[in-house]
Ligand binder design. Sequence first.
Ligand SMILES: [Zn+2]
Length: 78
Amino acid sequence: MPVDIPGPHTRWRCGICGNLTRFDVARTVQSRDYVHVDLAGVSRVEERDVVSEKIERVWCRWCGGVDSVVCEPRPASG
Ligand SMILES: [Zn+2]
């Protein structure tokens, strides 16, 4: 089940263990890359602009929970 990308006012939280900070994320990224190919034919991406990205799945790094991570409002601070 896809999870929204957290923004300034939302965060990810694991519903099983409460983890807020460490996740494994599978995402599909569409990007425009600046590729620098040297004379030996070795290419390297030197700049990457992400055009769009879609979160496919998020796993909790702590407990390994699948589909346990939710995007929720960040508690108001100060
Ligand atoms: Zn967890």
